[in-house]
Design a protein. Structure first.
Length: 288
C-alpha cells in the first residue's frame, strides 16, 4: 500500500503520517533541498519533480495519489506533470484525490451550500480550482481513474492555529457583521481522505469541514481565553487596512454542509467545532 503525494504540505503530510501508522509507505515530490529534507525526515521517499523516470517508476507502484498543490495560470501543476508519466507507467491507482476549496461556491450571504450547489467562484484563485477539478475529472474519465475532489475550508492544526497568531502578536479580530466561514482540523481532513480511499467513488466531490461555521473573531477570542490572554480588540472591516486578498476573503460568507461525506464515507469529525480542535491542540502542547 503506497501513497504518492504531489506536494508535501500541511494536508499531505497529515495523510501520509496517518496512513504510515497503518502500514502504508509514501513518496512525495519536492522542488528544493529544503523540501527534500522535510520528506526524508518523516521517513518517506523524496521525488525530484525534474526526474521524469523516477516519477514514472513511483507512480507505477502507487495505490493512491493525492494532489495538494494549488493551480496556477497554466492549470494544475500536478495534472500537467503527472499525466504523461502515468500513461507511460500504465499507472492506475485505486484512488486519486484532488484538494480543492470551498471558495468554488463563492459568496452565499451566510447561506448553506452542499456539493449540489452551483459553483460561483468570485476570485481568480477559486476559478482556477474549478478548472482544476474539471480537468482532473476529465482525465479520470479518459484514463479510467477513480478521481475524487475535496472542497476544503480553512485548515488548522498544531503549528497553524489561532494560538500561533496570538503568540506572534499577529491575531486580529475583524468585525464583519454576518460573516461566517467553515474550517477543519488537519487530522479530520486526513481522516476524511482515508475514509474516501476505503470507499472510492469516481467523479465524487466532498465538502470536508467541521459542523459549526463561525466568525473568525469568535475563534480568536476563544483561543485567547484558553491561553489566559485578553482577546485583541475588534476592528471594523472598513478600518482594518486589509490586503486585497484578505478583503476578498471577508467578502464571502457561507455555511458549508458536510452531510454527504458523513453519509457516503461514514466519516465524522473528531473535532466538530473549533472549540474541541483548539482544546486538543493546547492539550498536546502541554503534554509532558
Amino acid at each position: 500500500m503506497r501513497l504518492f503525494l504531489f506536494g508535501y504540505g500541511f494536508s499531505g503530510r497529515a495523510l501520509a503520517l496517518r496512513l504510515a501508522a497503518r502500514g502504508w509507505t509514501a513518496c512525495a515530490t519536492y522542488r528544493d533541498a529544503e523540501g527534500r529534507s522535510r520528506i526524508a525526515a518523516d521517513g518517506f521517499e523524496p521525488l525530484d519533480l525534474a526526474d521524469r523516470n523516477a516519477l514514472t517508476e513511483a507512480l507505477g507502484r502507487s495505490r493512491a495519489l493525492l494532489i495538494t498543490a494549488p493551480p496556477g495560470p497554466q492549470g494544475c501543476p500536478g495534472l500537467n506533470t503527472l499525466v504523461g508519466p502515468m500513461a507511460e507507467a500504465g499507472a492506475f491507482p485505486d484512488w486519486t484525490g484532488y484538494l480543492s476549496t470551498t471558495g468554488v461556491y463563492g459568496d452565499r450571504r451566510g447561506g448553506w451550500v452542499s456539493e449540489r450547489s452551483r459553483l460561483a467562484a468570485q476570485s481568480v484563485e477559486a476559478a482556477r480550482r474549478v478548472g482544476a477539478e474539471r480537468d482532473w475529472l476529465e482525465v479520470g474519465r479518459g484514463m479510467g481513474l477513480t478521481v475524487t475532489a475535496f472542497r476544503l475550508p480553512g485548515i488548522y492544526g498544531p503549528g497553524r492555529s489561532a494560538f500561533d497568531r496570538l503568540r506572534a502578536g499577529q491575531a486580529r479580530r475583524i468585525a464583519a457583521p454576518g460573516q461566517v466561514f467553515s474550517r477543519i482540523h488537519v487530522d479530520d481532513l486526513a481522516a476524511g481522505l482515508e475514509a474516501s480511499i476505503a470507499r472510492p467513488r469516481a467523479g465524487a466531490a466532498y465538502n470536508l469541514c467541521d459542523d459549526e461555521p463561525a466568525p473568525n473573531s469568535d475563534v480568536i477570542a476563544h483561543a485567547a481565553g484558553l491561553l489566559g490572554l485578553a482577546p485583541p480588540p475588534e476592528t471594523a472591516l472598513a478600518d482594518a487596512g486589509l490586503s486585497p486578498a484578505a478583503l476578498r476573503f471577508y467578502a464571502e460568507s457561507k455555511r458549508v454542509s458536510n452531510a454527504l461525506a458523513k453519509a457516503e464515507l461514514g466519516w465524522r469529525p473528531a473535532y466538530p467545532t473549533y472549540r474541541e480542535g483548539l482544546a486538543a491542540i493546547l492539550a498536546a502542547e502541554r503534554r509532558p
